[in-house]
Design a protein around this ligand. Structure first.
Ligand code: BG6
Length: 478
């Protein structure tokens, strides 16, 4: 369904995120016919570029990030013709009146702040000073949204001076992933799962976001953040919320976000002995973390595993195990809901132990698998085996259904539609930091080095121990 015509300005329009994600995503929506041709995309950045030069840059980005067979010349030309460029000084006067000329009152107007958070305030101020923003303007902001509770609060206050909460779209791109949204469809669109979705039937839940990439190239940022700030406080926390939350009464922004907030507030502090931090070493030609961040003394973690308890009636006694890391064996993001054993086995000891596991795969190979126990076919008697009931979206929905829609393009279209459901509210972000801060403080005060792990492994041995000592084990990363 096409959206209404819009003027979208991207501050940081020549930056990495704009090149890699935002502009290619917008192109795909244009090509899919979702974007009215009277829309405008205005790149705004410091560089002195002409409009043609900017179009050339964006064209290069499309060639780099979109497969060739999707770059038909009429689609590309059509898209490039929507682009404008304004050379702007975020903290000065240059460019603002020109930017104003690009705003047409009868279009939806949105501003994507794809810039350092220190520029949020100055840009917001100028948008108002120059009469560019009004009560209908939408703004999009990116992580990192602060580096602790205090800085997040300040950012929220800065934005609140200029915009109402209903105008602010805080992106966590994990919420734009197909499978993440499917998690809600699975839980609240089926009668099958929800009755079992509690500590009576679920033994534990694992959330894994494993990456093969290292931090080379963005070491400066990463070394000041680490896995906790870069991934856990936002992406893994959001996944946890969607699994753990109570059914909202409607699929409506505040109803959903109220329920997520309750989950964050129900999280127990994490005990130091239930948390493992790791740092990758060198192997063969792969440089170590310390080398990647050019800091021999760094104690920042590139891997993190922990046990999290959600203290409420639904989840008391069912731990959530979270882990994420760089340079692991495979790129694999998944949620595994491990159900309890059947209360009584009528098949005797030799039938073995069988557990239902629901695996929700975010990437690669998006889909879900439910492991069910059946009789082993054949005349061998009543022997049990586990088989997967598999739903891979690409197979089930057909290749034609282009559900590889990137998270960013989905979310940007939601901004244009004015739907905040998949965006974080200010109080949610603050609550997440309020939970994260003491955990970070506790390891900083003990000044421990992260455990080393080899590139291509599943993280440090200690991470496996975290589950072993409770007679559980991580699902394999492969
Ligand atoms: C970003 C993190 O938010 O998410 C990166 O800053 C990480 O460090 C990335 O690599 C992972 O996103 P995705 O979509 O590739 O899983």
């Amino acid at each position: 369904i096409p959206v209404d015509p819009f003027d979208l300005t991207i501050f940081g329009g020549t930056g990495d995120l704009a090149r890699r994600k935002i502009l290619p995503g917008l192109y795909r929506r244009f090509r899919a016919g979702q974007m009215p041709e009277t829309s405008q995309i205005v790149g705004a950045a410091r560089s002195d570029l002409t409009e043609d030069q900017y179009r050339d840059e964006v064209h290069e980005a499309l060639k780099e990030f979109i497969s060739k067979d999707k770059l038909e010349s009429n689609a590309v030309d059509g898209f490039l013709s929507l682009l404008r460029y304004v050379s702007i000084d975020a903290t000065g006067d240059k460019g603002w009146s020109e930017l104003k000329e690009h705003q047409r009152g009868d279009h939806i107007s949105a501003f994507y702040f794809s810039v350092a958070p220190s520029l949020f305030g100055p840009i917001a101020e100028r948008l108002h000073e120059h009469g560019i923003a009004d009560a209908s303007t939408r703004i999009v902001v990116e992580k990192p949204f602060g580096r602790d509770l205090e800085t997040a609060r300040k950012l929220n206050q800065t934005l609140a001076q200029h915009f109402d909460e209903t105008q602010i779209y805080r992106i966590d791109h994990y919420l734009g992933k197909e499978t993440v949204q499917n998690l809600m469809a699975l839980r609240f669109g089926n009668v099958l799962f929800e009755p079992l979705w509690n500590s009576q039937y679920v033994d534990h839940i694992q959330i894994t976001v494993a990456e093969t990439v290292g931090v080379g190239g963005r070491g400066g940022y990463y070394d000041r953040s680490g896995a906790m700030r870069d991934m856990v406080q936002n992406h893994l926390m959001q996944l946890l919320c969607l699994i753990a939350m109570e059914p909202p009464s409607q699929f409506e922004p505040d109803a959903v976000r109220d329920e997520k907030l309750k989950v964050i507030r129900a999280l127990d502090p994490v005990k130091p002995e239930e948390l493992v931090r790791g740092q990758y070493t060198a192997k063969g030609k792969t440089p170590s973390y310390l080398h990647d961040v050019e800091n021999e003394d760094s104690r920042t973690e590139s891997f993190m595993a922990m046990k999290v308890n959600v203290s409420n009636w639904r989840w008391a006694g069912t731990p959530f195990y979270l882990r994420t890391g760089k340079r692991l064996r495979a790129r694999q993001s998944e949620i595994a809901v491990v159900f309890k054993d059947a209360p009584h086995s009528i098949f005797g000891e030799e039938a073995g132990r069988h557990r239902n596991i629901l695996t929700i795969r975010l990437q690669p190979n998006e889909g879900m698998t439910l492991g069910v126990t059946i009789k082993e076919p054949g005349p061998g008697g009543m022997r049990l085996i586990d088989v997967p009931l598999d739903m891979t979206f690409a197979d089930a929905l057909g290749a034609e259904n282009d559900n590889v829609t990137d998270a960013y393009e989905r979310l940007v279209m939601d901004v244009i539609r004015g739907n905040q459901t998949l965006f974080m509210r200010g109080d949610e972000v603050e609550a997440a930091w309020a939970w994260t801060d003491p955990i970070i403080e506790s390891w900083e005060s003990r000044d421990r080095r992260p455990y080393p792990y080899e590139p291509g492994s599943s993280g440090p041995e200690e991470s496996a121990m975290l589950l072993h000592r409770e007679e559980r084990r991580w699902r394999e990363i492969r």
